[in-house]
Structure formats: C-alpha cells, structure tokens
Design a protein around this ligand. Sequence first.
Ligand SMILES: NC(=O)N[C@@H](CC(=O)O)C(=O)O
Ligand SMILES: [Zn+2]
Ligand SMILES: [Zn+2]
Length: 435
Amino acid sequence: MSRPIVIENASLYGDTTASLLIEDGVITKVADAIEAPEGATVIDAEGLVALPGLVDLHTHLREPGREDAETIETGSRAAARGGWTAVFAMANTNPVADTAGVVEQVWSRGREIGLADVFPVGAVTVGLKGEHLSEMGAMAHSKAQVRLFSDDGVCVYDPVIMRRALEYVKTFDGAVVQHAQDLRLTEGSQMHEGEVSAELGLAGWPAVAEESIVARDALLAEHVGSRVHVQHLSTAGSVEIIRWAKARGINVTAEATPHHLLLTDESARTYDPLFKVNPPLRTQSDVDALRAAVADGTIDVIATDHAPHPAEDKDCEWAAASFGMLGLETALGVVQKALVDTGALTWRDVARLMSETPARIGKVDDRHGRPLAEGEPANITLVDPQHAWTVDGAQLASRASNTPYGGMELPGRAVATLLRGVPTHLSPRFEGAFA
Ligand SMILES: NC(=O)N[C@@H](CC(=O)O)C(=O)O
Ligand SMILES: [Zn+2]
Ligand SMILES: [Zn+2]
C-alpha cells in the first residue's frame, strides 16, 4: 500500500478552496482542512488549480514503427508532464493499429509504463487505405476495448465505407472519428488557401476541403443514426456546420487543437516547417470563430494532435517537410494564454473541454474525467497558473522536438499529475515531499 497523500488548499476547478485526502489511489476525503494521517505525504497546493486528470482524445505516440520520433514511453512521459492522465493513441503507426493484436500491444505497453492510460484508437480501414473495413468488432471486444475508430492522417473518403463504419460502430456504442479532408481538393496543398499562400507561392488548402466532409459526415451520421466525432476543426465554416448539426439533433462532436486556437497562417511567412500542420493554420477570423465555439460549447473538446516528427523530417524546405507539431506538454499553457487569461474560459470549462467530455466521448468516463469528489479515482492535475515558462523544444520529454512554440513564454503549466494516486509528474517544488 502506498503512503496516503494530502493536497492542502487547492483551488478545485479554480473555484472553491479545499484539501483532498488520497488513499490507495482513491480520493477518500474532500474538506476545508484535513489532518494528515500517520506517514502521509503533504503537498501545499496554495495558489494551484486542481483539475481532473486531463484526457487527450488525439495523440500520436508513433509506436510501433516510428520509435525514432516517439515511443509509448516518451509520449507517456510528455503526457504526464503536460497534466494528462489518459491519451487516445492514433492508429497511423507501422504496422497500422487495424487488428486486435496491435491495439492490445499498445494498450498493454501503456499499462506497463504506467505514466498515463493509453487507449488505442483503431483504424477504420485496413492499412488506412480507405478500401476495406478493419476488424472493428475484434478490436472493440479485445482487452483494449476500443470504442473510437479513425484513419487519422487520412480522411475516410469513400462515403459508402464511411456509412458502413458508422453503422458498424453502433453495435458496441462506438464512434467514427473523422480527419475531415477532401483528398482531391488538397492534392499538393501546403498551407491555408488565402492571401498569405498567394503571396508566398505555396499551394493552397481551401477551407471547403474540410467543410464539405464535415457536412457530409454529419448528414451520414443522421441518416444511419450513429455517432461521429470530427477531429482538429480548423475553419469558421466547420464551426457553423457543427452548430447546425447539433441544433438538428445529430449525434456529432468536435475537437479543436491548441495550435488552431492560437496560431494563424501568418506564421508560414517564416517558411519554418515547424508551423506546417494538417489541417493548416488558418486566419485570425477562423481562430476567433474556434475560440467562440469552444466557449459556447459548439466545440466539445480541446485535443492536442501531438504529432512528433524527427529532425530530418522538419529541418528541410517547407514543401518537403512532414505535417504535424508537438502538443502534449504545451497544451495547458497555450489554452491558458489563448482562452483562460483572455476571459473566454474558466478553469471549470477547461476541466470539461480537456477531461470530462473527452472521457465521455471515448467511453472511459467510468475511470477518467470524474468529479474531484470522495470515492473517485485520484486522477488529478495540479496547475500553477502563475508559473510562466519559456518553451524550449530540447527540454521537452518527447523524443522529437518539433514544437512551434520554441522561445514563446507560456503563462502556466501542470506542476503535478497523479494517476490513480501515483505521481507521474512532479515539478521540482514537490519532489522533496515525495522523496
Ligand atoms: N496533424 C498532422 O499534421 N499530422 C498527423 C496526422 C493528422 O493528425 O492528421 C501526423 O500523424 O503526423
Ligand atoms: Zn488528422
Ligand atoms: Zn492526428
């Protein structure tokens, strides 16, 4: 049995101040003051915000196959440092996570490492090729209990395959998670299609390439009475379509990434491929629409799309570089900067967007995204909103260092993360307490 932990004077959800007692991985008491039991570790959380452990619905861990970019271990460590207690690992690995064997391997490796719960997302189609449905049922009934299926990296483009996938996931209450990108409209695309792409002479990626698929899939989900989740929403038009679909009662949810909530296509002027991402960074008016949608609940989740790439795939000219950027360790700070410090979100909203709702969509809300209350599993993130820090790609836990925020100051960060009462991340100020 581990030693009990007392977290004193934390600001729960940024609202009320309380102390928490944690015993055997469970929150056993929440009170104004708690007398520490014999042998307990006591943490002074004055000034810190306590949130339920964060749940990332969109992570790339790269294992198996691209361990030069990230492993389940380095990615789990990055997750823990970023305040995440659970991550959903995308299927675009090598081999692709399109069988029960691969998803079980990823799930078990996550358990073995123990720094975050790793929930594999299964591929919708065999090899992400978009032609034949994968063995979704076998993945759902494996010990990984897969509920989310995505060909992320590529769009499930064929409407008949998409329809069948939506019908199939209904049998185990799953969802199809879509990377909405019309393949024909984005052939050779390098960045958002607009004034900046025209000036820079880079091939454009029109907003309609995303919006047309979002609209199609909302209609397909309605037609077959199934559930669809749209990944990395990036345009104002996509927000309008999701708003319309929800008003119509369609079972659709959507996520936005921290980078689409902070950065714009103006950053492509640097020609630095660290800003090259799929979908591309859009305009300020798109960013404003995404922020408003996150605040009013049209967008349900903030997910990182943490996409590690080795230096050789980013230290090259823009057109040759891979799409994607790191996100796990910077997400909280970016969200605080873009949304909390600007007054758009409260910390309670952050708990909903980055823990409770992703846990519900991923069907792990019996374990994650739980209330900070007695009897609940002690998955807890302590955030220091005053702990400003300057991002340095070389200092991140990820094996890769492709962060677009290098040199940027972020206002706050996770200073402690507990997974079932076990510290998976402790900033230096707490290391002594646990020594
Ligand atoms: N987002 C990205 O730019 N890249 C992701 C794929 C994806 O999320 O579509 C990757 O796997 O590198
Ligand atoms: Zn994607
Ligand atoms: Zn992705």
